[in-house]
Design a binder for this molecule. Structure first.
Ligand code: 1GP
Length: 255
């Protein structure tokens, strides 16, 4: 499968800037009145892509949320779905994830089989992604909903083996996920171990609360970091700019 335009753009952003900044908007938690200011701030601050996704979809207007965000910004919008029911043509691409750290067939393959024909019909760029949950303190929503055990946070060898399996299966990204609002983000040691063990880019997310949290993960080898909860209530462009500067380490040095 050839690389699509969004994946290619993300790799180019990452190469140019040192690390890529992915902003997660969860329509169950972000009020619709914030879509526009958040999306505008994302463009202004140099966010590399906006991810839209949620574990529950309590908000039934997921497709309209994606559409509104897409209309409000030139930043690429990528669905990061909690279920195949969140696939909509309004986005540019989809992280086509398989929860490879778990042993629940629903999230390993069943959701994907149901979703694949919809992705094709919607003409979305699918970016195959090995999604791995990492222990991060109290049970997170994604652990509870998926009914899967996370990888123990001190067991980088287990994370490395899963990530390499993802690479050999042809996946283009590996996502180390501590869970939204995680008490403890994925450790630097695990980020470093996985990033140096595989050839595919590594995304790290969950519980990254400060620009320095993100910068440290990029220094440890992460290609992309995801921040969601930090911007749920207020877009706060100044804070978003600080995150961007920390993540886009190369660009900051050359400015
Ligand atoms: C969750 O990794 C993302 O999928 C973002 O986590 O909300 O904790 O930033 P936060």
């Amino acid at each position: 499968m050839n690389d699509g335009p969004i994946y290619t753009k993300l790799l180019a952003d990452r190469a140019r800037r040192g690390g890529g900044f992915l902003l997660l908007i969860d329509p169950d938690r972000v009020p619709p009145s914030s879509y526009l200011p958040l999306s505008e701030a994302a463009a202004e601050c140099g966010v590399d892509a906006i991810l839209v996704g949620t574990s529950f979809m309590l908000d039934r207007n997921f497709a309209s949320a994606v559409q509104e965000i897409k209309h409000a910004t030139r930043v690429p919008v990528t669905i990061f779905p909690g279920s195949y029911a969140q696939i909509t043509p309004a986005a540019d691409a989809i992280l086509f994830t398989s929860l490879i750290s778990g042993r629940n067939p629903s999230y390993l393959i069943d959701e994907q089989v149901k979703g694949a024909p919809i992705v094709k019909r919607c003409n979305l760029e699918a970016i195959p992604t090995g999604y791995m949950l990492v222990e991060s303190g109290p049970l997170t929503s994604v652990q509870f909903i998926s009914g899967t055990l996370p990888i123990p946070r001190g067991k980088s060898d287990i994370a490395c083996a899963h990530a390499l399996a993802a690479q050999y299966l042809g996946m283009k990204l590996v996502y180390l996920e501590a869970g939204s609002g995680a008490e403890t983000p994925v450790s630097l040691e695990m980020v470093e171990a996985v990033s140096s063990y595989v050839d595919i880019p590594v995304i790290v997310g969950g519980g990254l609360r400060t620009p320095e949290d993100c910068a440290a993960r990029v220094r440890a080898g992460a290609s992309f970091v995801v921040v969601g909860s930090g911007f749920e209530c207020e877009p706060e462009p100044n804070l978003m700019r600080e995150f961007a500067a920390a993540i886009h380490a190369k660009e900051t040095v050359t400015v």
